[in-house]
Design a protein around this ligand. Structure first.
Ligand code: AP5
Length: 194
């Protein structure tokens, strides 16, 4: 199963991807996690990405396309994977299609999580508060000011993917305002219908 989880920042992509990993035994490919790991490790990519991520903007298409292209070549992706936070631009969407086509395969589904903007910012603020209270690192982009820029980037560059995948017939939508368990159930229902 090759699946994309699409949705604005805080929509629940990472949360649901982890549940899909447990249930279906395929890896979660989160470009956000991979970029944060590169920043923490101080790699060349991490150095280039850090300021862009802290500002809530998108890292260049070339960087993330290379990361994903190398990742999906790994043996654990042979049975499928869940793309979380990628693609995020039309250029990335074309790139992943070309990558899969070169392997003689294609995406099975794109599931978009629909969540109100107000709820999104509430989730991000709550996550930051909970991390701080637990003594864990707080993401530099998890605050209301940077969140607004992340949301603007989403509407400018990522939201057009909805039309892109709708036109291809692969788009399914799920109400991301439901509880985490209910969203999982909706996603499983979509997957069962494929
Ligand atoms: P990334 O790490 O991908 O962040 P994001 O898309 O902004 O998403 P989040 O991780 O904040 O949210 P999510 O949808 O995964 O929700 P989550 O499950 O965590 O990207 C970070 C940055 O990296 C980007 O800004 C960019 O700079 C760069 N980047 C990454 N990919 C890129 C790409 N492809 N191209 C260019 N740049 C890229 O949930 C959020 C919170 O809500 C959690 O606390 C969770 O417990 C809670 N929650 C989840 N579901 C529910 C629910 N149903 N009800 C109530 N609470 C819920």
């Amino acid at each position: 199963m090759r699946l994309i989880l699409l949705g604005p920042p805080g929509a629940g992509k990472g949360t649901q991807a982890q549940r899909l990993v447990e249930k279906h035994g395929i890896p979660q490919l989160s470009t956000g996690d991979m970029l944060r790991a590169a920043v923490a490790a101080g790699t060349e990519i991490g150095k280039r990405a850090k300021a862009v991520m802290d500002a809530g903007e998108l890292v260049s298409d070339d960087i993330v396309n290379t990361i994903i292209s190398e990742r999906i070549d790994q043996p654990d992706c042979a049975r499928g994977f869940i793309l979380d936070g990628y693609p995020r631009t039309l250029v990335q969407a074309d790139a992943v299609e070309a990558m899969l086509s070169a392997k003689g395969t294609k995406l099975d589904s794109v599931i978009e999580l629909l969540v109100d903007d107000k709820a999104l910012v509430g989730r991000i603020v709550k996550r930051a508060e909970e991390a701080a209270a637990a003594g864990q690192p707080v993401r530099k982009d998890d605050n209301p000011e940077v969140f607004q820029d992340r949301l603007t980037e989403y509407y400018k560059k990522t939201a057009p993917l909805t039309g892109y995948y709708y036109a291809k017939g692969t788009l399914r939508t799920v109400d991301g305002m439901l509880s985490i368990d209910a969203v999982t159930e909706e996603i499983e229902a979509v997957l069962a219908s494929l």
